[in-house]
Design a protein around this ligand. Sequence first.
Ligand code: FBP
Length: 338
Amino acid sequence: MHIGTTLTQFIIEKEHQHVEATGAFTGLLNEIATACKIISNGVNHGGLAEDVLGVAGTENVQGEEQKKLDVLSNEVMIARNQWGGHVAAMASEEEDDIYNLPREYPRGKYLLLFDPLDGSSNIDVNISVGTIFSILRCPEGVEEPTADDFLQPGTTQVAAGYALYGPSTEMVLTTGNGVNRFTLDPNVGEFILTEENVTIPQETQEFAINMSNQRFWEAPVKRYIDECLQGKEGPLGKDFNMRWVASMVAEVHRILNRGGIFMYPMDSKTAAKGQAGKLRLMYEANPMSFIVEQAGGASTTGRERIMDMKPEHIHQRVPVVLGSRTEVERVTAYHKEG
Ligand code: FBP
């Protein structure tokens, strides 16, 4: 009975190409995959499971109301990744500060960052949500990392990925050599390789943005969306369709499949709250930018390449414009024109 290439087999075969490999990287990715399988099970059970839907009654450091599954997913990611000796510390969108490992656990050479459950507003209404993760190297000689050790530009990521909990559960992963896609076979309990070298079409006629924020957008974004809405009679000479799932992980997955441009730009409403954007640089923008660029797309703030940014804070927010290269470069050029 042939089940295809499992995620573990795929990673080990890749690691064999690196003589200096110790297996720690495989070990870490395996624990992340196990955590995502557990979260997938919780999400899929929804209302059947005791006490997983609804709000937790607590707020995260971003001042957002936490959903019970936000908190549970965060606990699962920490529990699965703290014991194995692969990481030196972790950082989560749901934790105020970085998470230093309890004394009894060995320290590893990686730093793990994650958004345990992205798309929180969709959890209780059974729309796709996901887990996003990013892996960095722990600086040489650092036993007890601090938040500063995490403030590395996106270009230094060793790997990034996400699990999408939708009609099926999928994992998409890059280690800097293209993007690969795995589907969870619930009967076997394994992520099976279903597509290698995923590539984003350069051209697209589909945009994703929260239109209800239109009056708060900056001029370059207003101009671009106006032109998309003018269709083939307009300066872009083609009709555009629109999508908005309100789960970044689902938007990026659609774009990996058929192209598109996803935007959560800077706007005056966000600025009024003293924030530099809605989405988080370390847990959302950097890992998704690594995946999108490795699949041939582009990712900017509208003004600069996100992966070149020097992070200032582990909970820093940034504007995001990502997807099919042609449209992302167009929106970025509109910002440059001012
Ligand atoms: P979290 O759910 O992790 O807080 O992520 C933010 C997010 O839900 C993104 O996944 C999504 O793209 C965006 O916010 C939706 O924003 P809005 O509520 O404005 O539609």
